[in-house]
Design a binder for this molecule. Structure first.
Ligand code: NAD
Length: 456
């Protein structure tokens, strides 16, 4: 990864004035990445979180989660003196010209709706300390209409009144590629209500825009909708090919051949058309549910009713993967030794929020199987959340004596396993490839009973 010379040598300020000072409220996967990358781009940045432990770790140079390339950039940003961390909103209000809100918006318990308590709390706390002109920029994924409500909250709460403005800048970074996606996003979306807000946002992203990144300037509700519309589309594409996998299973067809043939059609394209265990994580599942819920509130539930089916197809893949393991284990799971390769919701991440892999592993465990979960990065998070499972970091050692191996997260380490070498340690050469990540011919040639969703 390289950063454009203009950005680092000349800094982000320009002829219209010095660069704005930035705060980033909420330093989780999104916020920490944003804060660190903006400091590397030359901005003075203050990261703020309510979790003192997280702030302490970041301030001492430790990234509290797994994200390739980020620890090196944190060290660089701290060395430059441009990045600091605090738990004080008073400090944030006094310091920042542009404040990015990056707190979580998880699914509410017992409802499809998004839980906006963290966003509301962050904006309220910050607003109390905004005494002059400042721009508060929402980055969190929220239901459409939230920005309009927060604008009122901000004007009412901030001593600066209407001089504190609100804008929305939805974030599209992907965990595992978060650094590159932040430094060179494929587009920037600015939802604004004034020319001043647009100018402030342009100043806050000057080095990124200078690289030629397209900027879409729009209103607040459109900016909010872009994010959930994008995630709905991606989820739909994944569930579409997985629906085809279900049909393939009923007909003896092979979904991998089907997907390859479809992918050559430029109008369809091959990305996100990969059949398998489906999507999970802290975004796609909760975002499509919150969108469904919000559309119903707005009286347009029918327009996105298909997203419930998209969710349903996705959930069925998890159950079907368990079925395949059971079939390979001889029809019963009790007492069978299963090696589950993967815990994170996707490779190159330690994020286990709504992880399909752990859902499958827990269901196998609940059915009486003796499950060992292997993951290169997510074991500490998984162990904290599900202490009842057994964990390992070395796939070969974990597979010793195994009755069935099931690949659940397609880490490169797992894709590169030699079927002959693993075949020597397992009790039975049986594998379920939940991610269509392995070469079926190679594994079958090595004597394995190879099964995958949607394939004969
Ligand atoms: N993770 C991603 O890949 C990604 C990508 C795009 C958008 N998003 C969206 O970004 C938002 C954040 O997601 P995340 O994955 O970074 O979540 P996260 O849980 O990793 O981080 C949220 C952080 O906010 C902090 N926080 C909570 N309340 C706070 C408050 N009142 N003041 C200050 N800090 C507070 C938490 O302590 C935590 O550190 C969500 O809306 C998510 O949908 C995430």
């Amino acid at each position: 990864m390289t950063i454009s010379a203009t950005a680092t040598e000349n800094g982000p300020g320009n002829e219209t004035g010095p660069a704005p000072r930035l705060t980033v409220i909420g330093t989780g996967y999104l916020g920490a990445t944003h804060a660190i990358c903006m400091a590397v781009l030359g901005y003075d940045v203050l990261g703020v979180d309510v979790d003192p432990d997280k702030i302490e770790r970041l301030a001492s140079g430790e990234v509290p989660f797994f994200e390739p390339g980020l620890p090196e950039l944190l060290a660089k940003a701290l060395d430059s003196g441009r990045l600091r961390f605090t738990t004080s909103f008073a400090e944030a209000g006094a310091f920042g010209d542009v404040h990015f809100i990056c707190v979580g918006t998880p699914q509410q318990k017992g409802s499809y709706a998004a839980d906006l308590t963290y966003v509301d709390a962050a904006v309220t706390e910050l607003a109390r300390h905004i005494r002059g002109p400042a721009l508060v920029v929402g980055k969190s994924t929220v239901p459409v209409g939230t920005a309009a409500r927060l604008t009122e909250l901000l004007h009412k709460t901030a001593p600066a009144g209407a001089d504190a403005q609100l804008a929305w800048n939805p974030e599209f970074l992907r965990e595992g590629y978060a650094v590159d996606d932040t430094l060179r996003p494929d587009r920037l979306v600015f939802g604004t209500t004034s020319a001043w807000a647009e100018e402030r946002l342009r100043a806050a992203f000057a080095p990124v825009i200078a690289q030629g990144t397209p900027v879409v300037v729009t209103d607040l509700p459109t900016a909010e909708l872009v994010k959930v519309a994008a995630n709905s589309f991606l989820a739909t594409k994944i569930s579409y090919i997985n629906a085809m996998a279900e049909v393939c299973e009923a007909t003896g067809a092979d979904v991998t051949g089907l997907a390859t043939a479809l992918s050559y059609d430029d109008r369809i394209g091959g990305r996100f058309l990969k059949p398998g265990l489906g999507f999970g994580g802290g975004c796609l599942p909760k975002d499509i549910r919150a969108f469904t819920h919000r559309a119903e509130e707005l009286g347009v539930g029918q327009a996105v009713a298909f997203l419930r089916e998209v969710d349903g197809i996705n959930q069925r893949r998890r159950a079907r993967t368990v079925d395949l393991v059971r079939e390979l284990a001889g029809g019963a799971l009790a007492g069978r030794r299963i090696t589950a390769l993967g815990a994170a919701f996707k490779p190159n991440s330690d994020d286990i929020r709504d992880a399909p892999a752990l859902d499958v592993a827990r269901t196998l465990h609940a059915a009486g199987a003796v499950v060992t979960v292997v993951d290169p990065a997510a074991v500490p998070n998984a162990r904290r959340a599900y202490p009842e499972l057994t964990y390992a970091t070395d796939a070969l050692a974990a597979a010793a004596g195994s009755d069935v191996v099931v690949l659940l997260t397609e880490w490169a380490q797992f894709r590169e396993i030699d079927p002959h070498v693993m075949g020597d340690v397992v009790a039975h050469r049986r594998i379920v490839d939940g991610r269509h990540a392995l070469d079926s011919v190679q594994w079958r040639t090595a004597g394995w009973d190879y099964r995958a969703l949607g394939r004969p």
